[in-house]
Each structure stands twice: as structure tokens, then as C-alpha cells.
Design a binder for this molecule. Structure first.
Ligand SMILES: [Zn+2]
Length: 449
């Protein structure tokens, strides 16, 4: 059956490319509210043509496009595909070699805004399912689709939507294909993300800047006080000194440690690409710090006078912009409490203000049966062992699946490493596009057992 399905995909390559082009041609820039609703309608019609029952759900922002196959198999697992149909703005226009919304094939790639991120990738799911429906009349597992129109602006309405539609979305696994394959071309599977929270510190030591001669040595300097306070938070080994900061950090399991040791690690290459002289950690330490440990980062410090001329003042105010990347299973509220305790015991003049919404960390066990099935299926599809990231350093609203919906969530990117997402000349290699569909077929076949 797999061979027949794959042959069918091969036959339909030209047709699939036309569908891909049609979807890219429709602008859907969420940050400017340009064409997104029209794109939702177009996507719905593409899904309906494929035989998927599709509904557009309005949210306070852009619509969610939801699809499923009627006539489900109660004894078979359910897979929910997540993707997004909104895109980044195309600027700078002059850097594009062809029009961003006039998709063009050059050297085996489709160029256009939204090709790799994420229209081509979400279409792989739709078209793989279409191949089943055309050829077999049904898919051997239950399939659902949720396509977001606001991913590029941080999915502000996704959590609420999922909370309100838990039954509709009920699934055994959520699969997201976004982002690129590894630089080497190897497939990647990722099982979690770090969370992120942002806050500002501020200290005021007087109601005005003061003369540094007439008052120097007798009144406090806000910047010195801020620097002293900040230095109570971290030791020379970059260990955070806030009491209880690491309390809820879940250590990697033996299996996850094994996965880390299987990841590639080229110290010099990494240093070069990061623009640093050298990487100080060995492989185990590097990945543990990047994937399994939280950070406390100073994003910026502001205060006093900076300028070419001198200005002899004792500054009265200093600010620091702070960020925490949380790992599973740290909780933003709990961390803020611990930081407030630290402020109380070290400098009660410091004021903390929270900035923007927090994003919680999320992790799915790579040891689950369903995780293992997907690892195996992707390996078969690509003909090589995937690189398995038990977590990722960056942040995505993955907790919406793992915590709000309560389902395992697995990320399997299908775009080429040089997809130029968010940049001019964004593209998706057609080979990646077709291979994504084959990978979906392997996944579906792997799950049905
Ligand atoms: Zn993006």
C-alpha cells in the first residue's frame, strides 16, 4: 500500500505544485491584517477539495482553519496536524529575485513568501491525506488539522481556542512541521521547547540626578546599586543564585542523555557560526545547558549619561531588562515569587515590572510508544536515523498542546535548511515538499499498528 501511495504522490507532483503555488499566491500577512481571512477561505477550499471536512472558526484575531475526516475509527489513534497559514511581511522588496507573492520555481525550489514557513509544510499533511482518500477512500488512523492564522504574531488566540475546543481537538498526538531540516540534510525530531518570561528591574535612589562633586561620596548611585544587585543573582560559573531557581528543573533521563550524545557537535563550527572565539563547554555540557537548563539573561541596562562629552552626575535611576528561558517543569509564577524574595533579602528598593505574556516550557517524552513510532517512521521516510532533540533551546507555544490539550506534541520539520524563512527569497525545495508527504504516509502507517 505504501508503495502505491508513494507512486500516486509521484504521479500528482505537478498538480500538487499548482496547489502549493495557489496558496502562496494568496497574501496572508498577519502583522498587517493583509489577506489572512481570504487565505483562510482558500485553504478551506483546498482542504475540502482533498476530501477533508473543514470549518473556519473566528477568533478575536485571525481565523483558525480546522479540518477532520468524518467516519472515524474509534479503535485507531488520532493525529492532529498543526501548522500556520499566515506569513511574515516580505520586505526588503528589492532583495527578492522574483515577486514574493508570485511563486516561481527555480532550480528545484519554489520561491515565495510563506513557501517554507509554513504553507508548503502544512500542505504536505493535506496532500498526503488526499492521496489516501483518492486511492483507498479512507485513512487508516483518525486525522485532524488545525491551521493557525496568527503564528507569526505569537498565536495570541490559540490557547483560548484550544481551551474552548478540547473535545473537538482531542488527539493522541500533535504533529507540527515547521522550521528546517538539519544543515546536513538529516531529518530532525524535537520533543519540547524552553519557555520565556520577561521583566524589568528599576531602582530610584533620589528624585533627581545630583552633582557628583558636591554630593559625591555621601549619596547612593542608582547604577552602582543596580549592578550590585544584579551581581547577587549569578555566580562566576553562570549559576543563578536566586534561592530555589532550579527546584523544578527536570533532569534528562538516561535515554535523553543518550540522544544528546548522538547529536552532532562541531565545536569550531559552532563557535564560528555564533561569532564567538570558542565554545567553553564539552558536548554533554553544551547540550545540557542549551536544552535542559534555564537561563537568567540581562537583555539591557539603562541609566545615567552616555555620550561623547563628560557629565559629572550621580544618576538617580537605573533599569535592567531581564529574561528567563524556563525549562520543563518550571512555572513562571513560582519563579517570579522566588525573584521577589531575592529582591526583598538583597535590595528592597528594586522594583520589578512584568513585560509581555509568559510562555511556559513544554516537553513530551521521547520514550513514549507514540514518540518511538514517529521516530521510526521518519527514519524510514528519509532513509537515515533522525537527529532527535529531546528539547530545543528556543521557545514556541508548545504548552498549548501538552498542558492545555494534554497531548504529546512532536515537531518534525520538513523544509530545507536554507529555506530563508522570514528573509528575502524564502523558498522550499520541491524535494522537501514531496518528501514531507512521504514522511506523513510513513507516520500514518506507523501509527495505525
Ligand atoms: Zn515564521
Amino acid at each position: 500500500m505504501k508503495a502505491k501511495l508513494k507512486a500516486r504522490l509521484k504521479e500528482k507532483e505537478t498538480e500538487h505544485l499548482e496547489i502549493f503555488k495557489t496558496l502562496v499566491r494568496q497574501k496572508s500577512i498577519s502583522s498587517r491584517n493583509e489577506g489572512v481571512k481570504e487565505c483562510a477561505k482558500l485553504l478551506k477550499s483546498i482542504m475540502e477539495d482533498a476530501g477533508i471536512t473543514t470549518e473556519i472558526y473566528d477568533t478575536p484575531g485571525q481565523p483558525v482553519v480546522y479540518g477532520e475526516l468524518k467516519g472515524n475509527h474509534p479503535d485507531k489513534p488520532t493525529i492532529l496536524f498543526y501548522g500556520h497559514y499566515d506569513v511574515q511581511p516580505p520586505e526588503p522588496m528589492e532583495k527578492w529575485l522574483s515577486e514574493p507573492f508570485e511563486p516561481t520555481v527555480r532550480e528545484g525550489r519554489l520561491y515565495g513568501r510563506g513557501t517554507g514557513d509554513n504553507k508548503g509544510q502544512l500542505l504536505t499533511h493535506v496532500l498526503a491525506v488526499k492521496a489516501y482518500l483518492d486511492l483507498v477512500g479512507e485513512v487508516p488512523v483518525n486525522v485532524k488539522f488545525i491551521f493557525d492564522g496568527e503564528e507569526e504574531i505569537g498565536s495570541p488566540n490559540l490557547e483560548e481556542f484550544v481551551r474552548a475546543h478540547r473535545d473537538l481537538l482531542k488527539t493522541d498526538v500533535v504533529l507540527t512541521s515547521d522550521g528546517p531540516l538539519h544543515d546536513s540534510g538529516s531529518p530532525i525530531i524535537a520533543f519540547g521547547v524552553r519557555g520565556v518570561m520577561n521583566f524589568d528591574f528599576q531602582i530610584n535612589t533620589a528624585n533627581t540626578d545630583n552633582h557628583s562633586g558636591n554630593k559625591g561620596g555621601v549619596i547612593p548611585n542608582a547604577i552602582w546599586e543596580m549592578v550590585r544587585f544584579l551581581s547577587t543573582m549569578m555566580d562566576e560559573k553562570d549559576r543563578v543564585l536566586v534561592e530555589g531557581f532550579y527546584d523544578n528543573v527536570v533532569e534528562p533521563t538516561a535515554y535523553e542523555k543518550q540522544l544528546i550524545s548522538d547529536l552532532p557537535f562541531n565545536k569550531e563550527g559552532i563557535a564560528r557560526s555564533f561569532g564567538v572565539e570558542k565554545i567553553l563547554h564539552d558536548k554533554e555540557r553544551f547540550y545540557k545547558r542549551l536544552l535542559f537548563l534555564p537561563t537568567l539573561t540581562i537583555n539591557g541596562i539603562e541609566g545615567g549619561h552616555i555620550g561623547p562629552e563628560s557629565k559629572n552626575i550621580i544618576p538617580c535611576e537605573a533599569k535592567a531588562k531581564m529574561e528567563i528561558r524556563l525549562v520543563y517543569d518550571q512555572d513562571p509564577e513560582d519563579l517570579i515569587q522566588k525573584i521577589e524574595e531575592h529582591m526583598k533579602s538583597h535590595d528592597s528598593r528594586i522594583i520589578l515590572t512584568r513585560v509581555s505574556e509568559d510562555m511556559r516550557p513544554s516537553r513530551t517524552s521521547s520514550e513514549l510508544e507514540i514518540s518511538q513510532k514517529i521516530i521510526e517512521a521518519v527514519g524510514k521516510a528519509f532513509g537515515e536515523k533522525p537527529l532527535i532533540y529531546p528539547a530545543m533551546g528556543g521557545s514556541l507555544p508548545d504548552y498549548v498542546w501538552t498542558r492545555v490539550l494534554g497531548a504529546p506534541s512532536i515537531m518534525v520539520p520538513y523544509a530545507n535548511a536554507d529555506e530563508a524563512n522570514h528573509a528575502p527569497n524564502e523558498n522550499m525545495s520541491l524535494q522537501c515538499f514531496y518528501q514531507g508527504m512521504e514522511s506523513d504516509i510513513e507516520i500514518i502507517e506507523g501509527l495505525k499498528k
